[in-house]
Write a protein that binds this ligand. Structure first.
Ligand code: ATP
Length: 292
């Protein structure tokens, strides 16, 4: 199934040292078990006027797993992400993170509570370097005040230094440390996608939501991305992944939730989803690339 032979060397970009891993995930257990529910999506409904984009959808995300969210075009995947991350206010239902409801919580506060995401259409600060884009994410977690920053109090200087070190570690982690000083709008497309992931990781999320991270990638880049997503999980993060490329979804996820016409169609391990006649029927008529 894989285009890369089993004994092929791991690309150097992902040969990440223990020091880098510790800088990226300083307070995490490196080896995690898939465990209890870290998030619960409860009867989530989103209506746009008369259109029901998401219809009474419920599923759980378990701590330490890579959960795939798939479905044909227009099935409601991005709407679900948007409702979870505070971009849209759900019409009804609830999203619970570590036992606490996110109902009515503003988007930036949801990020602070531990839910980070990337976007289908890349959203970086084009006039900032790669490193600065990541440091912005880290700065959101600083404890010093503006006055502390102006007076350059020792705590602020310490935090700033740590930010740069952690920012570099994150860039190394996603494989683009050599481009740290490049303006993000000048980065190659693949590096921009990786930078989005690094910036999301900078907020130290409990759950990382990736919205079509392989969009526009060639097969080799998709293989590299699978390695990176596995590495992210190995570092103790929980990952929710929207992705159209079935080979990638089947190759990297522990479990898959399938949406169709805004409703949950199936929820199970990849092999069961692949063989589920309802899922196969839902994808009939999709472009061949998407159902490979
Ligand atoms: N802001 C909006 N206003 C009106 N309708 C919307 C809005 N956002 C999404 N929709 C509609 O909701 C439905 C679900 O769209 P959504 O983008 O969530 O699907 P998707 O599964 O992510 O699709 P794709 O795979 O094509 O990205 C579609 O019919 C879409 O046109």
């Amino acid at each position: 199934m894989s285009a890369v032979p089993a004994d092929a060397p791991v690309p150097p970009a992902f040969d990440v040292s223990n020091d880098v891993v510790e800088a990226v995930a300083p307070e995490r257990e490196i080896a995690v078990e898939v465990g209890d529910n870290i998030m619960e999506i409860k009867n989530l409904t989103v209506k746009f006027g008369g259109l029901v984009a998401l219809d009474d959808v419920s599923f759980n995300i378990k701590r330490g797993e890579i959960l795939g969210l798939i479905g044909p075009n227009g099935a409601g995947k991005t709407t679900c992400f948007n409702a979870m991350t505070g971009v849209y206010k759900p019409t009804s239902g609830d999203v619970v993170l570590e036992g606490v409801s996110l109902k009515g919580v503003k988007q930036h506060r949801i990020t602070r509570r531990g839910l980070a995401r990337t976007f289908q259409n890349i959203r970086l600060f084009g006039e900032m370097t790669a490193l600065e884009n990541v440091v912005v994410g880290l700065d959101a977690r600083h404890k010093t005040s503006v006055v502390g920053a102006l007076l350059r109090l020792p705590r602020h200087t310490r935090e700033e230094k740590t930010s740069v070190e952690r920012g570099m570690a994150l860039l190394e982690f996603v494989g683009i440390a050599d481009q740290a000083g490049v303006l993000s709008r000048h980065l190659p497309y693949g590096s921009q996608r990786r930078l989005e992931i690094a910036r999301a990781l900078a907020t130290d999320p409990k759950v990382l939501c990736l919205d079509e991270p392989a969009a526009g990638f060639n097969p080799a880049e998709k293989e590299d991305l699978m390695v990176l997503i596995r590495q992210i999980r190995a570092d103790g993060y929980t990952v929710l992944l929207i992705e159209h490329d079935m080979r990638l979804v089947m190759g990297v996820t522990d479990r898959i939730v399938v949406l169709e016409f805004g409703r949950k169609l199936a929820d199970g391990i990849p092999v069961d989803i692949r063989n589920d006649p309802r899922v196969v029927a839902a994808y009939l008529g999709e472009p061949e690339d998407d159902v490979a």
